[in-house]
Design a protein. Structure first.
Length: 140
């Protein structure tokens, strides 16, 4: 049986395209850049500037490592972006300790979190994605 040069060319082209598609898929899934953004407001719904928020990576169940910190702007907005190393399996975002015990809130305070306007559990991030967490301070 004779093989025709055109058939070989078609098979080679299909093979090359398949390899390229597989490799591109590997690179897409390897992007672990993760962002979290949102707004911090007080118990009256007013924005809180200067509140520190941090992202922590977890390697094991109980081991956390600080990865980045950002502060809210004058409108209460924040955004943190981190390049996540492969050794981390989970990321969490928190208002920094002491930040909700500011001079504007002399009593003990806590906060609720919202994702896309809906009350949510705090504050695990999806690695490789952009996540919204809005924090609403509650004065107790």
């Amino acid at each position: 049986m004779k093989t025709n040069q055109g058939e070989i060319s078609i098979v080679a082209t299909i093979l090359c395209l398949t390899i390229v598609a597989v490799l591109q898929g590997c690179f897409v899934f390897s992007d672990r850049t993760t962002s979290v953004y949102g707004t911090v407001t007080d118990d009256k719904g007013l924005p809180l500037p200067g509140v520190g928020l941090s992202v922590y990576g977890r390697k094991k169940i109980s081991h956390q490592m600080h990865m980045a910190t950002a502060y809210t702007d004058s409108s209460g907005h924040y955004e943190i972006t981190v390049d996540v190393a492969g050794k981390f399996h989970t990321l969490d975002c928190y208002i920094d300790d002491g930040a909700i015990f500011m001079k504007n809130f002399p009593k003990k305070s806590s906060y609720e979190t919202f994702t896309d306007g809906k009350k949510s559990r705090c504050c695990t991030l999806a690695i490789g994605e952009k996540t919204n967490f809005d924090f609403h301070i509650i004065v107790e």
